[in-house]
Design a protein around this ligand. Structure first.
Ligand code: NAI
Length: 335
C-alpha cells in the first residue's frame, strides 16, 4: 500500500539533500507518495506565515513527514519554524542516534549512543521581553509533565533497544528549581526501570566526558538547549553534521530531519552531504514498517561511505551531492 508522506524541502542545502533523499528512498522500492510544502522565508513572503496551516494540516493528515532544514533569521524576524513545528504538533521527543559508520574517518570508533532531547519547552519557549532598556528577560519553562514524559520516553527507548544505561544531563547546581525539577522527574521515572542503570551529569562536565570518553555513554536525556548543543558535539565525534539523522516524535506524528541546519555557506553548490537526511529517511521507513526497504538503503549507505572515492568532501571525499546519490542508487539497484 502506498504511504503518504509530507515533504518539506526547506531552504539553503535543504532542496539539494531532500531531492537526494527522495531519489534514494524511491530506489529502495518503498511505495511513497510525497506531498510537498514550503516553509520559512519563502512561505513567509508568499503567504505571510513561515509555517503555513496547509503544511501543518498535511502532516496531521499523513502523520509522517520528511523535512529539510529551514533557516531562522538571527536576532530578528520570525521565530524558528523548526521550534514552532515541534511545538504545534507536540513532537516532544527529538531522537538522534549517534553511531560510528564503519571505515568512515572520525575521531572515535565504536560509538553507539542516542541523544534524546526534550523538544517543546526549556529555553526554547520563546518567551522573552525587554524589561527596561538594556535589560532583557528570557524565560526557561520546565514542567513536571514534559520532564516526566521525556524521561519515560528515554527509558522506554532503552528498554526496546536493549540498552543498558540512561544518563540525564542538567545544570541543577545553578538552576536549582528548573533543572532540579527535570532531575527529580528523571529519578522518579528511573525507579520504574530497575533493570536499566541510571545516572546524571552536569552539562559542562558532560561536554568534556563526551569529547574524551564518548564510548562510555548509551542513552542521554536532556532539556531542549543542552540537547541542541550536545547533539552537534556528538555529530562531530562520528564524522560531522553531514551524517547524523534525527526524528521528532509525538504520540502519533513523526517528522524526520537531519541534525544539521541549512548550511548557507555551501548552499547551491552541489557539495552538501545528503547522508544525514537519507539516514533520517531510513528511520522514516522503519517507522512505517518498511524494514526491508530500510535495510536496503542502510546497507548501500554503509558500503558507499566506506568507499573514499564515493564520499562527499565533508567526510574526506571529492564526490558532489549528485555523484554520491547516483552511486548510492546504483548500489541499491545492484543490491
Ligand atoms: P549548519 O548545521 O547549517 O552548518 C554548520 C556547518 O556544518 C557549516 O559549515 C555547514 O557547511 C556544515 N554542514 C551542515 N550540514 C552539512 C551537510 N549536510 N554536508 C556538508 N556540510 C554540512 O548550522 P548553522 O550554520 O549554525 O545554521 C544555518 C541555518 O540553519 C540557521 O539559519 C539555523 O537557524 C538553521 N538551522 C536549522 C535547523 C533545522 O532546520 N532543523 C537546525 C539547525 C540550524
Amino acid at each position: 500500500m502506498t504511504k503518504k508522506v509530507t515533504l518539506i524541502p526547506g531552504d539553503g542545502i535543504g532542496p539539494e539533500v531532500t531531492a537526494a533523499a527522495v531519489r534514494v528512498l524511491e530506489a529502495s522500492g518503498a511505495a511513497l507518495e510525497w506531498h510537498e510544502h514550503i516553509a520559512g522565508t519563502e512561505a513567509f513572503e508568499r503567504t505571510g506565515h513561515p509555517l503555513p496551516d496547509e503544511l501543518l494540516d498535511s502532516i496531521r493528515r499523513h502523520r509522517v513527514a520528511l523535512k529539510g532544514p529551514v533557516s531562522t533569521p538571527v536576532g530578528q524576524g520570525f521565530r524558528s519554524v523548526n521550534v514552532q513545528l515541534r511545538k504545534a504538533l507536540d513532537l516532544f521527543a527529538n531522537v538522534r542516534p549517534v553511531v560510528t559508520v564503519p571505515k568512515l574517518p572520525a575521531r572515535f570508533e565504536n560509538i553507539d549512543l542516542v541523544v534524546v532531547r526534550e523538544n517543546t519547552e526549556g529555553l526554547y519557549s520563546g518567551i522573552e521581553h525587554v524589561v527596561v532598556e538594556g535589560v532583557v528577560e528570557s524565560l526557561k519553562i520546565i514542567t513536571e509533565r514534559a520532564s516526566t514524559r521525556i524521561a519515560r520516553f528515554a527509558f522506554e527507548l532503552a528498554r526496546t533497544q536493549g540498552r543498558k544505561r540512561v544518563t540525564a544531563v542538567h545544570k541543577a547546581n545553578i538552576m536549582k528549581l528548573a533543572d532540579g525539577l527535570f532531575m527529580e522527574c528523571f529519578h522518579r521515572v528511573a525507579a520504574d526501570y530497575p533493570e536499566i542503570e541510571s545516572d546524571d551529569r552536569i552539562v559542562d562536565n558532560m561536554a568534556m566526558q563526551l569529547v574524551v570518553y564518548p564510548d562510555r555513554y548509551d542513552v542521554l536525556v536532556l532539556p531542549n538547549l543542552y540537547g541542541d548543543i550536545l547533539s552537534d558535539l556528538c555529530a562531530g565525534l562520528v564524522g560531522g553534521l553531514g551524517v547524523v539523522p534525527g526524528a521528532n516524535l509525538g504520540e502519533e506524528i513523526a517528522v524526520f530531519e537531519a541534525v544539521h541546519g541549512s548550511a548557507p555557506d555551501i548552499a547551491g553548490q552541489n557539495v552538501a552531504n545528503p547522508t544525514a537526511l537519507i539516514r533520517s529517511g531510513v528511520l522514516l521507513l522503519r517507522h512505517l514498517g518498511l524494514q526491508e526497504e530500510a535495510r536496503r538503503v542502510h546497507d548501500a549507505l554503509q558500503a558507499a561511505l566506506a568507499e573514499p572515492s564515493e564520499r562527499t568532501r565533508d567526510v574526506g571525499g571529492t564526490a558532489s551531492t549528485t555523484e554520491f546519490t547516483d552511486a548510492l542508487v546504483r548500489r541499491i539497484d545492484a543490491g
